[in-house]
Design a protein around this ligand. Sequence first.
Ligand SMILES: C[C@@]1(CC(=O)O)C2=NC(=C\c3[nH]c(c(CCC(=O)O)c3CC(=O)O)Cc3[nH]c(c(CC(=O)O)c3CCC(=O)O)/C=C3\N/C(=C\2)[C@@H](CCC(=O)O)[C@]3(C)CC(=O)O)/[C@H]1CCC(=O)O
Ligand SMILES: NC(=O)c1ccc[n+]([C@@H]2O[C@H](COP(=O)([O-])OP(=O)(O)OC[C@H]3O[C@@H](n4cnc5c(N)ncnc54)[C@H](O)[C@@H]3O)[C@@H](O)[C@H]2O)c1
Length: 414
Amino acid sequence: MTERIFLFAGTSEGRLCGEFLSEAGFPADVFVATEYGKEIFPERPGLTVHEGRLGAAEMEVAFPEGCIVIDATHPYAREVSANLKAACKNRNAVYLRLLRPAGDGDLSGCVIVESAEAAADWLDRREGSVLLTTGSKELCAFAELRGFSERFYARVLPSGEAISQCRELGLSPKHIIAMQGPFSAELNAALLRQVGAKYLVTKDAGREGGFLEKLAAARRCGVTAVVIARPREAGLSLEQVKEELRRRFGGKKPAASPEVPRFPAFIDLNGKPVLVVGGGEIASRRVETLLHFGASITVVAPDGSAAVEALAHGGKIRWERREYRDDLASRYVLAIAATTDRAVNRAVGEAAKALRIPVSVADSREESSFYFPAVVAEGNLIGGFVSKDGKGHSLVREQTEKVRRFLRENLSGK
Ligand SMILES: C[C@@]1(CC(=O)O)C2=NC(=C\c3[nH]c(c(CCC(=O)O)c3CC(=O)O)Cc3[nH]c(c(CC(=O)O)c3CCC(=O)O)/C=C3\N/C(=C\2)[C@@H](CCC(=O)O)[C@]3(C)CC(=O)O)/[C@H]1CCC(=O)O
Ligand SMILES: NC(=O)c1ccc[n+]([C@@H]2O[C@H](COP(=O)([O-])OP(=O)(O)OC[C@H]3O[C@@H](n4cnc5c(N)ncnc54)[C@H](O)[C@@H]3O)[C@@H](O)[C@H]2O)c1
């Protein structure tokens, strides 16, 4: 048996390493922590991308004995690295730490602290606005400080999760900058001036992380950079990791991730709120199916088919005649995105996943956390068909029709 490769990514090195694996024909399972991380990890042949944070116990279950684990997580993601190391030890797996070199910037004039908490403590004893560029997860270290919501501006990733975290901790939209870096020194300087910052809080995220551009901007604007020191850790460069993999596999290939089909769950929708965004042909087909299962359906769409019109008129569904406004409510138990607008469908998918609501996105199997099945309901039997890979739409349609006919004939009178 050839070993499998697991890559924990989410950083630029992680992406480069993924690129290398794909080009070398090395299949791998890639893990990214957030949905946003998955989105920016380009789809590549041979790579199976999983989203979500695994705990130590889950990692241990996921790793087959003797596999190879590449840890390309952020240099500050201490907990993940500790978990990966422990899981690898218990599974006799090879642990390769892919670590970007430190930023080796000129730290003169900077305040160096050991942790986000130490940075918060230092800032608590000073006045003036602060631009935080340490990510949404570190925010809570600062949230308790007096004047947090007035003094602090947070620059975070433009993901629903990060923005809600900022909002929950009390930052108003005016104090949130949602963009993906790394940023130029010019843009950093413009933001520092825009918020009237006196302090900039940053980690030493290395050259690739845009650390040097942050230092340069702070210096240019007369802003004090508060640098959270990097944990001391040994690691390999991307080149060294590539070398190690080539050496291990020689002409052989790692084993591919086994294809796992989706589990057909039969859930109770009776009387439960279901949201359908879009009111056209596809949405109508879904609505009609869902009504058989007692769902309490709300359609959100500026215009709809004759079927939607009739159902709304007859009081069978609720129809909000408007565009979707990024307002998915958590009370829904299921969501369908079936508009002709790609951006809207994607937004519904993301909002639903953030709320852990199963969602089918009519124009993207990747973004669908469940596939809408071709439903078979004959006699006392209920079934639903999808293709294993979610690509066989016509096959599903044709074959399901045959199954329906078959069951109708066989079950007549039963
Ligand atoms: C089962 C069924 C249920 C239903 O829709 O009610 C269903 N698709 C059906 C038919 C069908 N769909 C399409 C065609 C046109 C021909 C073709 O392209 O081949 C035909 C065939 C036809 O109409 O003849 C187009 C299409 N569909 C999806 C994409 C996007 C993509 O693939 O990423 C595109 C390209 C559209 C675009 O981008 O413009 C995606 C999805 N469609 C799914 C379900 C989910 C996966 C299930 C699976 O296929 O395994 C999934 C992943 C997500 C979801 O929607 O939940 C239904 C049969 C119902 C029945 O017969 O009773
Ligand atoms: N999964 C499948 O089986 C399948 C099959 C064919 C097509 N598709 C895809 O499904 C999608 C819908 O196709 P259709 O044939 O139903 O289109 P359609 O033109 O019949 O309907 C589009 C609907 O989207 C609504 N809409 C547009 N912008 C909106 C917004 N901002 N907010 C809310 N609603 C909005 C419109 O009001 C309309 O009701 C397309 O993306 C298409 O590619 C999926």
